[in-house]
Each structure stands twice: as structure tokens, then as C-alpha cells.
Design a protein around this ligand. Structure first.
Ligand code: ZN
Length: 213
């Protein structure tokens, strides 16, 4: 999860919330990523943050529309009371810890960082988005999602190694540092992981200026 800024006013969605104009605007706001799992989705859908069943009046409300992947949309369904990534008050990447598992088929580690019900609900939802495999289809989408996260993680480890190695040239160390910081940008796929893999790492925390993450 990452924080996004929603421009006001948005496109007219009073009659059709699935128009090209609306989905294009959402794609830009969320950097083409699912707002929950941060995968660059090939199959974008529109989520009603407050479910349509809960509040039908918000079906055509611009502020209630979120860019989501098919997998997460199927998992979320009618979940409510979760952190709002478009509300600047909640720094969502600080509230939920996400760590890549040590083996590819292991569960992704998701951990709430405070005791608020909203934070716990969000951690529970993200845990299901990343790990649920209770149907054949979800088993496949989980495997593909984990492979994409692992592919990015292998790059992260490569840059960390280059930064720390005595064999690296100064320009190689500088390049590695820039690439690691780039991975923490909100626009980067799975950015919450790379922030936490830096915050949890005494070495990287000491050499990267993580105050800006
Ligand atoms: Zn997703």
C-alpha cells in the first residue's frame, strides 16, 4: 500500500463510473498499480472503497473509486474500515509492515504497526490479498504475484550487495544507492516492501537517507 493524491475535482462519474476518462484518471493517480497489493495490474478494475452494498449513494462518487487488480477486488469484496491511502493523515506504508518471505512459496509477512482496529483490518486484508489460495484460481494468481515480488526482491538484494561490497567502484555504489532509493518511490511496484526492507536493515538504514521514504 502507498499514499496517493487524488485531484479535485475529478472527472464526471455521476452517470458512468467506468468510463475511459475515469479509469485513465485513476490509472494516473495510482501509477497503474493496484492500491492494495501494488502490482502493476494488467487487468485493472474499479473498487468502491466504501462498498456499494454499504452505501449505494457512493457508487458514483469520485472520492470512493480506487484502482484495483482483479485478485484484490475478489478478496476485498465488502471489507470496510480500512486505511485510506488517499487520506494524507494516514501514512499507510508506516502503519503496515510488509516483508518478503525467505522462500518463494512462503506467506508474505504482513504486520499491523499500531493497535487501531482500522490498521488491524487493513493488515488482515493485505494478508489475504497477498497470500490467500483457497481456490484454484487464487492459487495461480498468488503464485504469479509472488514471482513478480521475488523478481523485484532479487534486484533489491543485488543493489544492496553492490552497495556494500568492497569490490564495487564508487560509481557502482552510487548507482546501487540511487536504484534502492528509486524502489521506495510511491510509483514503484511493491514499494512498501522495499521501504520495510530498508527500515529493518541496520546497514541500509545507516547509508540511505530514509527520512524521505
Ligand atoms: Zn492487487
Amino acid at each position: 500500500m502507498f499514499n496517493a493524491t487524488r485531484p479535485q475535482p475529478g472527472p464526471d462519474c455521476s452517470k458512468d463510473y467506468r468510463s475511459k476518462e475515469v479509469i485513465d484518471a485513476l490509472r494516473e493517480i495510482f501509477y497503474g498499480k493496484c492500491y492494495l497489493c501494488e502490482d502493476e495490474t494488467q487487468n485493472p478494475e474499479i473498487d468502491h472503497f466504501i462498498p456499494r452494498e454499504t452505501d449505494p449513494a457512493k457508487i458514483y462518487d469520485w472520492n470512493n473509486l480506487y484502482y484495483i487488480c482483479g485478485r484484490c477486488n475478489g478478496v476485498k469484496r465488502t471489507a470496510t474500515d480500512i486505511l485510506d491511502c488517499c487520506n494524507a493523515v494516514d501514512v499507510v506504508s508506516r502503519a503496515i509492515k510488509c516483508i518478503v518471505p525467505s522462500i518463494p512459496d512462503g506467506d508474505i509477512i504482513v504486520d499491523a504497526q499500531d493497535d487501531r482496529e482500522t490498521t488491524k483490518n487493513t493488515a488482515d486484508l493485505l494478508n489475504r490479498c497477498y497470500n490467500e489460495k483457497n481456490t484454484g484460481n487464487r492459487g495461480i494468481t498468488r503464485e504469479l504475484l509472488h514471482e513478480r515480488i521475488f523478481e523485484e526482491y532479487s534486484g533489491f538484494i543485488k543493489y544492496r550487495t553492490a552497495l556494500k561490497s568492497k569490490k564495487s567502484l564508487p560509481r557502482q555504489k552510487d548507482d546501487a544507492k540511487q536504484r534502492l532509493l528509486n524502489m521506495t518511490q510511491d510509483s514503484y511496484p511493491f514499494s512498501i516492501f522495499w521501504k520495510w526492507h530498508i527500515w529493518s536493515d541496520p546497514y541500509l538504514s545507516s547509508v540511505l537517507d530514509f527520512r524521505n521514504l
